[in-house]
Design a protein around this ligand. Structure first.
Ligand code: FES
Length: 97
């Protein structure tokens, strides 16, 4: 599973690996509190965005690779996301299970 660190840019979030012309605003920073998550769509993809610290955000596909449960419903402890269906754990910083 891939995860991406997204960087706050004044009042929005950007993915630093994407050329500026392809940036897409997902959410205003004021709409996602530290420790909270936000679900948005990019075309047909559902992306789960997690804010783990003041300036630290991670975005992942909102489907567990095991059986597709929505990861937005998972629990987060530090940077570890746990799928609520079968308790698989993922590191948000790397996407590794
Ligand atoms: S669907 Fe996530 S652990 Fe099974």
């Amino acid at each position: 599973m891939k995860s991406k660190k997204v960087i706050p840019n004044s009042d929005s979030l950007v993915d630093e690996s994407i050329p500026e012309a392809k940036w897409q605003q997902a959410v205003a920073l004021s709409e996602i509190a530290i420790g909270d998550r936000y679900l948005f769509r990019e075309g047909k993809r559902r992306i789960a965005l997690f804010r783990v610290a003041r300036d630290e955000f991670y975005a992942i596909d909102d489907a567990c690779p095991h059986e597709g449960y929505p990861l937005i419903k998972g629990s987060v402890d530090g940077k570890t996301l746990t799928c609520q269906w079968h308790n698989f754990k993922f590191e948000l910083s790397s996407g590794n299970a």
